[in-house]
Design a protein around this ligand. Structure first.
Ligand SMILES: *[C@@H]1O[C@H](CO)[C@@H](O)[C@H](O)[C@H]1NC(C)=O
Ligand SMILES: *[C@@H]1O[C@H](CO)[C@@H](O)[C@H](O)[C@H]1NC(C)=O
Ligand SMILES: *[C@@H]1O[C@H](CO)[C@@H](O)[C@H](O)[C@H]1NC(C)=O
Length: 351
């Protein structure tokens, strides 16, 4: 209270600052008249009461303030906590957003790359299409490649979508080239099928004009109806595959048995591939009253390498000249037929 009183300064009516003397009667009494003293005492008492009440109020105020401050601080803490939680949530949300954005960016980058390559392809197509027919023809002439794809077809100067033959792995293939699409598009090139093309035609059909009765040697043929490609050597009776590929062969022959005989008689004609038996045609007769003829027949489809040899030979015939391969010189009678052709050529490694 003294501390407070010492600090109180009051301003008089003249505006001059007057120091309120501390209320100490012992020190003040000798210098003051009674009236003044009474006034001073009153003032002091009043001032003391006022000061006391103000201090309590102020204390209360301070307490209140303190409580309020505490509440505010607590509130602030709560808000900070809430903000913290909010922050964590926001951080997670932001991280998720960043991840999504990164993924989106990557997708867009990929799309951009794809679009760029499509654009390049289109520009290339446009470049190929540009110019006069003569210029296109010149380009084609200066880049003479065997096309193995629609892209190659295009590089050769072709600009019109359509069916084109291209070189496949073992055969020429027919593809549909859609030049309105990018080279990367799955439908830029669509396979239609293979093209039945051969480096040379191979067909033969030979006949005999006389009988043959020698076993284990190639049966020769005398008459050639067709021998396109010259792969069949009639004299040696041997067919030599000019190209790798799949071939078809057929033999139909006449076996003659001379009777009468009570024995079983037989004729076997074999087809050989480089000396290895492919198959056999066999006929037998038994207890014949006279001469009889039977038909032998054999077909085969074989995949051959270039240079492989095929021939027919008698693999067995009853001894004594009673069983053999029969034919006669009459122009209009042919009983032995050997025919063959190249079905499909294998182009692997040729081009
Ligand atoms: C056909 O075969 C005969 C007998 O082996 C041979 O003398 C002839 O040169 C061959 N002909 C051809 C065109 O190879
Ligand atoms: C063979 O033919 C003769 C005359 O036709 C006949 O008598 C005989 O029984 C036949 N033998 C056999 C094994 O069929
Ligand atoms: C069979 O045909 C060959 C070749 O055409 C001919 O030279 C030969 O005279 C013929 N043989 C017979 C028996 O007709």
């Amino acid at each position: 209270m003294i501390l407070l009183r010492e600090k109180i300064d009051e301003v008089d009516t003249t505006g001059q600052s007057v120091r309120i003397t501390p209320c100490s009667t012992e020190t003040m009494a000798p210098y003051l008249n009674p009236l003044l003293m009474a006034a001073v005492v009153w003032v002091c008492l009043s001032a003391g009461a006022i000061a006391e009440s103000t201090v309590e109020q102020q204390l209360q105020q301070l307490k209140d303030n303190y409580v309020e401050m505490q509440q505010l601080l607590a509130e602030k803490d709560r808000r900070l906590d809430a903000l913290e939680r909010e922050n964590v949530k926001s951080k997670k949300t932001l991280e998720a957003q960043v991840t999504r954005l990164e993924a989106k960016t990557r997708r867009m980058e990929i799309e951009a790359i794809e679009q760029k390559s499509q654009l390049t392809a289109l520009q290339q197509q446009n470049a190929l299409r540009s110019g006069t027919r003569a210029e296109i023809a010149t380009r084609q002439a200066t880049t003479p490649i065997i096309p193995r794809s629609c892209a190659n077809v295009q590089c050769n100067g072709n600009t019109v979508s359509g069916l084109y033959p291209i070189m496949g792995t073992s055969s020429v293939e027919m593809v549909f080239c859609d030049f309105t699409k990018a080279t990367t598009d799955a439908n830029f090139q669509r396979r239609i099928g293979y093209v039945d093309v051969k480096t040379a035609p191979v067909y033969f059909y030979v006949q005999k004009n006389n009988s043959f009765a020698t076993a284990y040697v190639p049966i020769p043929f005398e008459v050639a109806r067709v021998n396109i490609g010259g792969a069949m050597n009639l004299t040696s009776g041997t067919f030599t595959a000019p190209r790798a590929g799949t071939y078809f062969f057929s033999y139909t022959g006449d076996a003659r048995f001379v009777g009468p005989s009570t024995n079983i008689m037989a004729v076997l004609v074999e087809m050989l591939l480089n000396g290895q038996r492919v198959g056999t045609a066999r006929v037998t007769e038994s207890n014949t009253s006279g001469s009889v003829h039977s038909q032998m027949s054999m077909q085969s489809t074989l995949t051959l390498k270039a240079g492989d040899r095929i021939w027919l030979q008698i693999g067995f015939m009853t001894a004594g000249g009673v069983a053999y391969v029969y034919d006669n010189p009459n122009a209009d009678q042919r009983f032995n037929h050997f025919t063959g052709w190249l079905v499909e050529e294998n182009f692997a490694g040729l081009f």
